[in-house]
Design a protein around this ligand. Structure first.
Ligand SMILES: [Fe+2]
Length: 366
């Protein structure tokens, strides 16, 4: 421990509201200030230089620092700056040898709460210290109030986001009531898509958007005529073209709502693109199709194949997987197909149960 440094408390304790650090390279000045401060009920620590002061503060955080300005090596302004960085709510009072207004202004601008000029009377020290401590309390109260306010704003923003996502989910649910063949489809597609995302180790930000996008991927079917949507038999060319407008309709509906979620929007618009460039609506080719849409295409087709219809049972998992593999490289991204196969092997609970696969009578909602 350097001999220029000494502190009057033998053991390090937590910060006390009546504790201070006196920093001065003149031992006589430190002793004088210590007497004044101790008489005022302060527990005093001392340091003979700016560097020592930082060492003392590291183990003995105090609410108040009284520091000389003119010291060798680190001066009062540099110490003030260092304290501002490490413990910004410390009240610093700078002591100067002469009444130098410019120096005082510089210190106040740097974050000092007050200044003293030598020589000073004990009453003056007490008055300046009391003023600095009062300013510090006010600043701390303001900071606490601001933090509380920020926490409330963040909580409200989170509630709004939850409400927003719940309303989008309601929109997706509304579609599934209208399209009686596909009850539960969007939830299952989202589950399969997230399982692929797990295998591909997608980053969290993308996963969140994939989850939302896959839940909403068919939302554009709201704009498709119900007679076409619920037609039990094969569709005519015109009817098929009408159904396949849904990616663009969905994208138009959601674009104003999901401005900050481009990947979710990409799922809605591009989940019927094909890996060979023969898809719709933009005939994107291979990797130019957003990955989140390529993932959803695999999940979507798997659910379509394994879900029962009024005229047939759904395929078995093995049959559907064979179909996906048969069309890997033409309709589907082979990486996404492989990842899905792996996900199904890893997690048996991912496989659709018989309630999904069995032939289902169409129950139209009036
Ligand atoms: Fe679709």
């Amino acid at each position: 421990m350097p001999d220029t440094f000494r502190h009057s408390v033998a053991t390090a304790k937590g910060a006390s509201e009546r504790a201070c650090l006196i920093v001065d390279d003149e031992p006589g000045m430190r002793a004088l200030l210590r007497r004044v401060m101790q008489a005022d009920g302060f527990e005093c620590h001392e340091a003979g230089s700016g560097e020592d002061a930082l060492r003392v503060l590291a183990t003995n955080p105090v609410p108040l620092v009284l520091s000389d300005y003119h010291m060798p090596a680190m001066d009062g302004a540099a110490l003030l700056q260092a304290i501002q960085l490490r413990a910004p709510d410390t009240a610093v009072v700078i002591i100067t040898a002469t009444a130098d207004v410019q120096l005082a202004v510089k210190c106040l601008e740097g974050g000092a709460l007050d200044y003293l000029t030598k020589p000073f009377a004990a009453d003056e020290v007490r008055a300046r210290v009391a003023q600095a401590m009062a300013k510090r309390s006010l600043l701390r109260e303001n900071a606490a109030y601001r933090a509380q306010l920020e926490a409330r704003v963040a909580e409200q923003a989170s509630q709004y986001e939850e409400l927003f996502l719940a309303s989008l989910q309601s929109l997706a649910d509304a579609l599934e009531v209208k399209d009686a063949y596909t009850w539960g489809h969007s939830t299952r597609v989202s589950r399969y898509a997230m399982a692929i995302a797990d295998v591909l180790q997608l980053p969290d930000a993308l996963r969140t958007q994939l989850e939302l996008g896959s839940r909403l991927h068919d939302i554009g079917k709201i704009g498709v005529r119900e007679a076409v949507l619920n037609k039990p038999g094969p569709l005519t060319g015109e009817e098929y073209a009408h159904v396949m407008e849904h990616p663009v309709i969905g994208w138009r509906i959601l674009s104003p709502l999901l401005r900050d979620m481009p990947h979710a929007l990409a799922v809605v618009r591009s989940h019927h693109e094909r890996f060979d460039g023969e898809g719709t609506p933009d005939q994107l080719l291979g990797p130019s199709i957003p990955l989140e849409a390529r993932i959803t295409a695999v999940a979507d087709s798997f659910d379509a194949m394994t879900s029962g219809r009024p005229y047939r049972d759904g395929m078995s998992v093995e049959e559907a997987m064979e179909e996906l593999e048969r069309h890997a490289g033409t309709q589907f991204d082979p990486c996404c197909v492989t990842a899905f196969k792996l996900a199904l092997e890893r997690d048996h609970a991912l496989r659709p149960d018989w309630n999904v696969r069995r032939r289902r009578e169409l129950t139209l909602v009036a």
